[in-house]
Write a protein that binds this ligand. Structure first.
Ligand code: EPU
Length: 337
């Protein structure tokens, strides 16, 4: 374990923002993690996973801990399903590819999501009709006060749309060490109801899709609308899709009859923030070296050299404009540091 001083965090956040960490350590064992948390040498600590869901707006005056725990293990295998445990530092998409290579089903719709396994439960990552919670079995996390390892089952995590206990009362109190998924071995239930998947499978002339075909379709869709963080800095969806009361939605629909929407419950309706941002005229807008992605308005991009403050100011301009035009508050999905 090597502690480095004054390190640029640019390679460690997908927005590619160049801020400095006062100290930095990459952790590959739970023992090292416990050592750091039991020592009085590092009073300020900051935990970094895949860096794919954060906007860094300032230097970090702390020891930045890069969770780099690796390993994938089969915990238990049954006739029809398998419990697979992946350590927190595994890259999410590489893990999904591993499951597909072994013909384990469940995560195919979540292909190509940036980030690491350990941070996936925090915001219950989701895409194309599937959320992490659908395959989640349990996770183990280090309690940073007691230094005991605690296990969380699905109920403990209180998953919701882009939300979990780790974003609420457990925030900052744990480091997730590993996640166990319950995946299918046979008769994989396929989730193709999300419109874009069906049309992409048609385009690929696939009528009886396998989980690998669905992954391919999702990869194609994502690559066609979402910028590759290796080429253009971004953090995926910058905002959450707002959930409106039925009454508020009906009022919106009177003024904007074409507004796309999804029913959440008998009393709530979700509206795509991407549509609101596009309708407000921001899609594809570029300001100096940053802006709003031209193919998906929900994604803010750093074309190179933008600061976290630039992106934050843009996000606030979008928020106030959306509030003025539609009377809707949209909330950032990424963590602003
Ligand atoms: N739309 C627009 N303009 C845009 C973008 C979207 O009008 O620029 C409208 C369209 O009507 C479209 C609808 O929004 O039909 C939905 O768009 P899309 O399918 O791209 O999904 P989204 O609601 O914008 C969510 C997730 C994405 C996820 C996709 C697919 C959130 C905050 N975002 O986006 O997640 O990939 O669904 O399931 O829920 C991420 O979290 O980083 C992310 C990319």
């Amino acid at each position: 374990m090597q502690i480095q001083n004054n390190i640029s965090l640019q390679p460690y956040n997908t927005f590619g923002i160049d801020v400095k960490a006062k100290q930095f350590v990459s952790i590959s064992s739970v023992e090292d993690l416990k050592h750091i948390y039991s020592s009085s040498d590092y009073p300020n600590k900051f935990i970094l996973g895949g860096g794919s869901n954060m906007l860094l707006t300032k230097d970090i005056d702390a020891l930045v801990i890069h969770v780099n725990l690796k390993g994938i293990h089969i915990i238990e295998s049954f006739d029809d399903r398998v419990l697979v445990q992946a350590n927190a530092g595994e890259n999410w998409h590489e893990f999904v590819l591993w499951t597909l290579k072994n013909d384990y089903g469940g995560l195919e719709n979540l292909s190509l999501i940036p980030g690491n396994v350990g941070t996936s439960p925090i915001q219950n990552i989701g895409a194309y009709g599937v959320e992490l919670k659908d395959c989640f079995h349990s996770c183990e996390a280090l309690n940073l006060e007691t230094l005991n390892i605690e296990s969380f089952d699905k109920e403990d995590c209180r998953f919701d749309y882009r939300n979990s206990i780790f974003k609420q009362e457990a925030k900052g109190k744990y480091i997730i060490l590993n996640v166990t998924f319950s995946l299918t071995k046979t008769n994989h239930p396929l989730k193709t109801e999300y419109g874009a998947i069906k049309s992409e499978l048609d385009r690929l002339h696939v009528s009886n899709p396998t989980i690998q075909d669905i992954s391919k379709a999702v990869i194609n869709i994502r690559q066609s609308k979402l910028p590759d963080p290796k080429k253009i800095g971004n953090s995926g969806s910058f905002f959450k899709n707002p959930i409106l009361t039925k009454a508020a939605f009906e009022k919106l629909q009177t003024n904007f009859p074409d507004v796309p929407h999804y029913k959440v419950s008998e009393t709530e309706v979700k509206v795509p923030a991407g549509w609101l941002i596009e309708t407000a005229g921001f899609k594809g807008k570029t300001f100096k070296n940053y802006g709003v992605h031209k193919k998906q308005a929900l994604v803010l991009v750093n074309y190179g050299g933008a600061t976290g403050k630039d992106i934050l100011d843009l996000s606030q301009l979008i928020q106030t404009t959306i509030l003025r035009i539609f009377n809707i508050s949209i909330e950032a999905e990424v963590n602003i540091i």
